[in-house]
Ligand binder design. Structure first.
Ligand SMILES: Cc1cc2nc3c(=O)[nH]c(=O)nc-3n(C[C@H](O)[C@H](O)[C@H](O)COP(=O)(O)OP(=O)(O)OC[C@H]3O[C@@H](n4cnc5c(N)ncnc54)[C@H](O)[C@@H]3O)c2cc1C
Ligand SMILES: Cc1ncc(C[n+]2csc(CCOP(=O)(O)OP(=O)(O)O)c2C)c(N)n1
Ligand SMILES: [Mg+2]
Length: 570
């Protein structure tokens, strides 16, 4: 069957199981848009191409499938850069399709020509220019395979306009990916494996460090069995949240810069760390010279490049988390770590742990209250998509996730502006799920144009703005480390409720604690998107905090009340 390159592109996407594309048109991609109109694909018109990439990313993170974003050449493509880097840093499988000027014009500084494969080389897992219609189908199949195999990541396919317009034969069965056959290298190093087993069966104070790789591997069930059998407590990275239920007594909570104090202290006292699908980010380790000095380390990781990158380990098992845990499990002895678990409980008792819900209403509205109420009202069952900043950390501390892929957040790049578009993407991926964007007053202003996308697509997500009148996380650093010189962090914002109304979305301002639950309930009852503007305490800070570069146990703790440091168990 002879089709244009643009038609081939649409046919291929349909064969690949794609249903949604987040994009924005322009001259160099117009032939594809013309073909899209006649296809079964649902194109979501975004308001900015950065939004398209975050939507595709949110879509991917909510399901594990590939998210697809599309843009024209030049400024359309460069607007995608932040979203691509966001996906790269968090290993998210996104395929970006960009139009490019015709192949004859390449290199001539033609109108809206940029070398987008050059620009995105360091922030894509793979990228490629396609200049022939007959290469489009195969290249796209390869892009999808690469994006979502091994360690996932973004792939960019840049297609010249003449390739979109030319005719070529399309036959799904023959346009097979032609990737170099995976080297059948036996990754199984028996010595490393035996050492890991030995360490597991002899340690006295072990802690598992659970990361996002567990969810990427779909290894939640085998991970659960591993925890039960080994009886080893679990600490989670920010991106690992959800891979093991927060309500499980073996779950200690989040580690790292804003992790729970007892988790960081337990890590510093451990004699064995078992890192599963996590990459020892500096937000997790603090000063590497003093990080878990007494602990031997096992690293279970799919990407060889991560081994001994930040933290030198004693046993590395390279491979998929699920497969590796399944191989290890028969060799792991059931152990009683009662004394160690009791000790961690003591560490926990020594922290300023109180139930924030039972604190008397002091007339102040704290972000922690809002997020904890959101958790209670939604029964912990919502997909929460956060932006970046203080509210992001409070979400991690006060919303307790029992299900995988229910916290969607930009960890590695820490991209402000992520939440609103990523929440839109998540809703398309999981239309039956309740989706909340939890976002700061700063980050919201970066991508709030996507409110129009919500209205145009008639989707029902809710938005909770944690409005503290500051670029809060930066203000916190200025408070702690720059003598409270608040340069460029006080933030004027529009009346967000009125702004929502202008877009055709119901908006409501909430200023007192007693109004929080009714506002959340009424937003949930609505079958349309609702925006809640929570006016919270302006100069509150996130505790504990490991200052950048300090040792993990050198945490700044919350001074006495008014608010406690973290929530107690659910
Ligand atoms: C303001 C701010 C504050 C932050 N504070 C904290 C904090 O206090 N604590 C914290 O933990 N984080 C914090 N972060 C996030 C931090 O920067 C990192 O993003 C996070 O720690 C990374 O978690 P991860 O290693 O689990 O996930 P990723 O970075 O996604 O790494 C996943 C790892 O799993 C591997 N993998 C992928 N697939 C598989 C598979 N199938 N099998 C095995 N392995 C696989 C990958 O190769 C990769 O090495 C903060 C971020 C921001 C923006
Ligand atoms: C695109 C981008 N620019 C700058 C930063 C640096 N930064 C990190 S947190 C933060 C403040 C966020 O403020 P807000 O969105 O109001 O959230 P809050 O911290 O107040 O909850 C800034 C500026 C960033 N992470 N991303
Ligand atoms: Mg703010």
């Amino acid at each position: 069957m002879k089709l244009t390159g643009a038609q081939i592109l649409c046919e291929t996407l349909e064969h690949l199981g794609v249903r949604h594309i987040f994009g924005y048109p322009g001259g160099a991609i117009l032939p594809v848009y013309d073909a899209l109109g006649k296809s079964k694909l649902h194109h979501i018109l975004v308001r900015h191409e950065q939004g398209a990439t975050h939507m595709a990313d949110g879509y991917a993170r909510a399901t594990g499938g590939v998210g697809v974003a599309m843009a024209t050449s030049g400024p359309g493509a460069t607007n995608m850069v932040t979203g691509i880097a966001t996906a790269m840093l968090d290993s998210s499988p996104v395929v970006c399709i960009t139009g490019q000027v015709s192949s004859k014009l390449l290199g001539s500084d033609a109108f809206q020509e940029v070398d987008i494969t050059g620009i995105t080389m360091p922030i894509t897992k793979h990228n490629v220019v396609v200049s022939k219609a007959e290469d489009i189908a195969r290249t796209l199949r390869e892009a999808f395979l690469i994006a979502n195999s091994g360690r996932p990541g973004p792939v960019l396919v840049d297609i010249t306009k003449d390739a979109q317009q030319a005719f070529a034969e399309f036959d799904w069965d023959t346009c097979l990916p032609q990737l170099p056959t995976k080297r059948l290298r036996d990754n199984h190093d028996q010595q490393e494996f035996d050492r890991a087993v030995d360490l597991l069966n002899t340690s006295k104070r072990p802690v598992i460090l659970a990361g996002r790789g567990i969810m990427l591997s779909g290894a939640m069930r085998i991970f659960d069995q591993f925890v039960r059998t080994s009886n080893i407590p679990v600490a989670m990275t920010l991106l690992g949240i959800g891979c093991f239920p927060a309500s499980d007594p073996m779950n200690l909570g989040m580690m790292g810069m804003h992790g729970e104090a007892w988790v960081n202290n337990a890590i510093q006292e451990a004699d064995l760390l078992i890192a599963v699908g996590m990459r020892f980010d500096d937000r997790v380790t603090g000063d590497l010279r003093t990080y878990a000095r007494n602990a031997r380390k096992i690293h279970i990781e799919v990407d060889r490049a991560e081994i001994n990158k930040n933290v030198k380990v004693d046993a590395a098992i390279i491979g998929d988390a699920g497969e590796t845990l399944a191989n290890l499990l028969p060799h792991v002895h059931e152990r009683d770590h009662g004394a160690w678990l009791a000790h961690i409980k003591e560490l926990k008792g020594d922290s300023a742990v109180r139930d924030i819900q039972s604190l008397p209403d002091s007339g102040h509205l704290y972000a922690a209250h809002v997020i904890n109420d959101l958790w209670k009202v939604t029964n912990g069952g919502a997909i929460v998509v956060t932006d970046v900043g203080q509210h992001q950390m409070w979400e991690a501390q006060y919303y307790h996730h029992d299900q995988p892929r229910t916290l969607i957040t930009s960890g590695g790049l820490g991209t402000m502006g992520f939440a609103l578009p990523a929440a839109i993407g998540a809703k398309f991926a999981r239309p039956d799920a309740e989706v909340w964007a939890v976002v700061g007053d700063g980050g919201f202003q970066m991508t709030m144009c996507e409110l129009a996308t919500i209205v145009q697509e008639k989707i029902n997500i809710n938005i909770a703005i944690i409005n503290n009148g500051f670029l809060g996380m930066v203000r916190q650093w200025q408070e702690f480390f720059y003598d409270k010189r608040y340069v460029a962090t006080p933030l004027v914002a529009p009346d967000f409720a009125a702004l929502a109304n202008a877009f055709g979305i119901r908006g409501e301002r909430v200023t007192t604690r007693q109004d929080v639950v009714p506002a959340i309930e009424s937003a949930r009852d609505s079958d349309q998107a609702v925006l809640l503007d929570f006016r919270v305490e302006q100069e509150d800070s996130v505790y504990p905090m490991v200052p950048a570069g300090a040792s993990l146990h050198e945490m700044i703790r919350r001074p006495n009340n008014p608010l406690v440091e973290t929530a107690t168990e659910p």
